[in-house]
Design a protein around this ligand. Structure first.
Ligand code: BG6
Length: 481
């Protein structure tokens, strides 16, 4: 299959930091269809060779095992092209169309790695020159809007040029191998389904913890905050994968219909519920990995009186027969104790304990990062001493060991899927809008709230109120258990 993959924002951070390294991995592992061109477009004047040199230099920042050798880069670079484009100029889009039509590849994918404010303009211009035919797809990177109205507006404009199945909204968490394994675990194995419900599960916790702070993105982050940056998209997408009903097929719409039902079943927030069930925090100076780090308000490009949240923990419920009454806790934050993203499914305790001592319920831990694996925590008799005393043990599955050399990173997976037209791991506009609909009352309540975010020390697990939130239900976060 021949393809053209065009990157708007071709010299930007996302392109050289994430997309090019991901494409190189796909190329190295012979997963990228060979008959392809990668075209970067941006504002300044450069030749193909200058752009290749720019990308080559940037590979120095990629982790060593993922860097190309001279010879590998030379072969990869043959696919790389560059074109100057002023995105406000219709004739520049016409020129792009000529460049694409001259070869007539089977597929042309337009990856919008620009500021989202440019999405409407780019989509309208692509449509105007006819770069929206059946073989064209457009990939949209987050943030897709900052509230429901702005997301709807972007979708409206995109829809004027592209059909829903041509518009691929990226949530890079859906590309993570652990998330695909969650689908495999639930719908490729019969074992868990009978247990995957309120009768057996006490609560579910989704934690997306980062050790890093906001770095150089202070200005962007301060207008965004953790709720928009991580909960509205990544955490909610994970929640839908955990809570959805089995889809009737593995087709994109069958899956997305079920995910949408989950989003529609989430308990709506009222101002009272926000006050009770949502904790927001902001990091202060502290120590991460043995290193002293500044607080959020001291970070570059952050206003000294900012009320932006760098941490959110919340409690919600999925209001349907399967999940009624089961708390779902979502938590994310920057400058937490560790980079550690996982989903913990806490099962109920045995109904009638016959062993003395430890009373620990089973739990299934789906680890997203830093490693990617599954742990099933059980109680077992050690076989020595007092056999009646049970000890906690776990069955561990490390996917890197189980499938060495097969692992495909999130952007690599999503780029290959975009080229192949597999839509399962992309977010449909109605899912995205429903997620905004659900978080918006929280944003509104915060605007009116005089208190602001609660401080927490960098290197901790967030404000103590986050522990109190789960303790209220008699639960504890994984690291407190
Ligand atoms: C992005 C957020 O979507 O996800 C960043 O904008 C965050 O703020 C990043 O750091 C986390 O992604 P990952 O894959 O490193 O967990």
């Amino acid at each position: 299959m021949s393809f053209d993959l065009v990157f708007f924002g071709g010299t930007g951070d996302l392109t050289w930091r994430k997309l090019m390294p991901a494409l190189f991995q796909a190329f190295r592992h012979h997963k990228l269809p060979p008959d392809g061109r990668l075209l970067a477009v941006a504002r300044d004047e450069r030749s193909d060779d200058e752009y290749r040199a720019f990308i080559k230099e940037r590979f120095a920042e990629v982790e060593p095992s993922k860097r190309p050798s001279e010879e590998e880069f030379a072969r990869f670079a043959e696919m790389l092209h560059y074109r100057r484009m002023d995105l406000s100029q219709p004739e520049h889009y016409a020129g792009l169309k000529e460049w694409i039509d001259a070869r007539g590849a089977d597929v042309a994918v337009m990856f919008l790695a620009t500021s989202p404010y440019l999405f409407p303009q780019i989509c309208a211009q692509l449509g105007a020159v006819g770069l929206n035919g059946p073989r064209v797809r457009v990939v949209l990177e987050k943030p897709l809007g900052h509230d429901l109205a702005s997301a709807q507006e972007i979708n409206r404009v995109v829809r004027e040029s592209f059909a829903e199945h041509q518009a691929l909204r990226i949530d890079h968490y859906l590309g993570k191998p652990a998330v695909q394994n969650l689908m495999a675990l639930r719908f490729g194995n019969a074992l868990f389904e009978p247990l995957w419900r309120r009768e057996s599960i006490a609560n579910i916790q989704i934690t997306l913890a980062e050790g890093l702070g906001v770095g150089t993105r202070g200005d962007f982050y301060d207008k965004t905050g953790a709720l928009r940056d991580m909960i509205q998209n990544h955490a909610l997408q994970l929640l839908t994968m955990i809570a959805m009903e089995p889809p009737s097929t593995n087709d994109a719409d069958a899956i997305r219909d079920e995910k949408l039902k989950v989003l529609k079943s989430l308990r709506p927030f009222t101002p009272e519920r926000v006050a009770r069930d949502v904790v927001r925090g902001q990091y202060r100076a502290g120590t991460v990995d043995g290193r002293a780090v500044p607080g959020y308000l001291e970070e570059a490009k952050v206003p000294p009186d900012s009320r932006c949240e760098t941490f959110v923990a919340l409690r919600t419920e999925v209001q349907n027969w399967r999940w009624a009454g089961v708390p779902f806790y979502l938590r994310t934050g920057k400058r937490l104790a560790a980079r550690d993203s996982q989903i913990v499914v806490n099962f109920r305790e045995v109904p009638h304990p016959i062993f003395p001592g430890t009373r620990r319920a089973n739990k299934l831990v789906i680890k997203l990062q830093p490693e990617d694996g599954l742990e099933l925590h059980l109680l077992a008799a050690k076989g020595s001493g007092n056999n009646e005393l049970l000890s906690p043990v776990s069955l561990d599955l490390d996917f890197d060991k189980a499938f060495p050399s097969e692992r495909v990173g999130a952007y690599e997976r999503l780029l290959l899927d975009a080229i192949a037209g597999r839509l399962n791991l992309f977010v449909r506009s109605d899912e995205q809008e429903q997620a905004w609909r659900w978080v918006e009352p929280v944003l509104d309540a915060w605007t009116d709230d005089a208190v602001g975010p609660r401080p927490y020390a960098a290197g901790s697990w967030g404000p103590p109120a986050a522990s109190a939130l789960v303790a209220r239900d008699g639960c504890a976060w994984a690291e407190e258990q």
